[in-house]
Write a protein that binds this ligand. Structure first.
Ligand SMILES: Nc1ncnc2c1ncn2[C@@H]1O[C@H](COP(=O)(O)OP(=O)(O)OP(=O)(O)O)[C@@H](O)[C@H]1O
Length: 365
């Protein structure tokens, strides 16, 4: 997929997608609860969230396959909320690929163009260009059953970009591929999207997939957008516990803020007390949250926050030592870099978990 891009000047006309206060219910099941998002022109954007949170429903709604109870969808500034799918200029790649089994690869790609009454010479040009772009020109005469999963996925992409959509919608396009193929195809998708400069929305429940290929991510849960940001923003500054947990591993210590003698403390459930410096803001109901790699283990060591604990489990993972440590009533994971000659702390030994206050997140639900 490294050929120069020969299809028309899609990138030059990249459009934005504006989703305004979208609501959708199936009976009493409120699947989308007032979703508002702005996807920038040429952006690779992900809807990320657990199964059932409403991502596919939202994607299908942008495509025109679902109708909202309220709200608007604008593509390139045009309100398409009441237009049928074929009038929206969007292309959707389905999880199942939905290829015609009895047609060759070439016919699968040309079919949609013929249906649209595109002139023959233009069909041939676009099909050749799309197949070239996904690196499948040499397999144009095969049928889908004679292709690997990754190749079938590329046919589905070729068929979609051949219609020259303004927006590309991808519904978990990698989920039917094995782990190795997923990594390869996701790179190809990113590369293709960059060369096309095509506004692309990608649905996934896999944080690694979203992190590696998308510019920005909307993290969704239960029909609500929890946070929008770049992968790094979401990881470093999660807005709440759900986002912290969904993107990477988060250690969560429940407890409560208490005041004694003019000083604030965070009493971790189970009896460990941490002083809270005056300048630190702790929201109502917050828990003490930190990433495994932001802590270290010391015996009488230094750190803004020192939490006494007991080693529950330890593992040597090559470059990293992973510990599970009991602190109060909770268990946390700590990853420390392995230095040559170092030995593991033994299970049952008393340690101190050392944290810098800068790496502590005070997050409520
Ligand atoms: N046609 C439908 N009729 C009734 N309920 C539906 C319909 N389509 C989806 N739902 C419900 O809407 C909710 C959201 O479904 P949706 O497919 O959007 O979730 P998702 O986040 O894409 O999940 P997954 O990752 O499992 O595909 C679910 O509770 C689902 O059961």
């Amino acid at each position: 997929m490294n050929q120069p891009f020969p299809i028309s000047e899609l990138g030059a006309s990249a459009v934005d997608v504006d989703i305004r206060n979208i609501g959708l219910s199936y009976g009493t099941n409120h699947v989308l609860k007032g979703i508002t998002l702005h996807i920038r022109p040429g952006e690779f954007f992900a809807f990320l969230g657990p199964s059932g949170c409403g991502k596919t429903t939202l994607l299908r709604l942008i495509a025109g396959f679902n109708e909202a109870d309220g709200g608007e969808v604008l593509i390139g500034g045009q309100d398409v909320s009441h237009l049928p799918p074929w009038k929206r200029d969007v292309g959707m790649v389905f999880q199942s690929y939905a290829l015609w089994p009895h047609m060759t690869v070439r016919r699968n790609v040309s079919f949609g163009l013929e249906e649209r009454k595109v002139p023959r010479a233009e069909v041939d040009r676009r099909v050749a260009a799309a197949l070239e772009l996904v690196g499948l020109a040499h397999l144009a005469d095969r049928r889908p059953s004679q292709l690997s999963g990754g190749q079938q996925q590329r046919v589905a992409v070729a068929r979609t970009i051949a219609i020259e959509p303004k927006v590309l919608l991808l519904d978990e396009p990698l989920s039917n591929l094995d782990a190795k193929m997923r990594v390869q195809v996701r790179r190809e998708l990113r590369d293709l999207q960059q060369r096309l400069g095509l506004t692309t929305i990608f649905v996934t429940h896999d944080q690694e997939e979203a992190n590696t290929i998308c510019d920005r991510i909307a993290v969704m849960n239960d029909g609500v957008v929890q946070q929008v940001g770049t992968p790094m923003e979401l990881y470093e500054k999660p807005a709440n516990l759900f986002v912290a947990n969904f993107l990477g591993t988060a250690n969560i210590l429940p407890g409560r803020v208490v005041r004694e003698g003019g000083q604030r403390f965070f009493d971790i459930d189970g009896g460990v007390r941490v002083p809270i410096p005056a300048h630190v803001v702790v929201p109502e109901g917050a828990k003490l949250v930190f990433r495994p790699q932001h802590a270290s283990l010391t015996r009488g060591g230094a750190g803004d926050v020192l939490l006494p604990g007991t080693i529950v489990h330890s593992e040597f993972l090559g470059s990293t030592l992973r510990y599970v440590v009991r602190i109060g009533a909770a268990e946390v994971s700590i990853d420390t870099p392995f230095h040559s000659g170092e030995t593991l702390h033994q299970t049952g030994s008393a340690v101190e978990v050392s944290l810098s206050l800068r790496s502590v997140l005070w997050l409520a639900i």
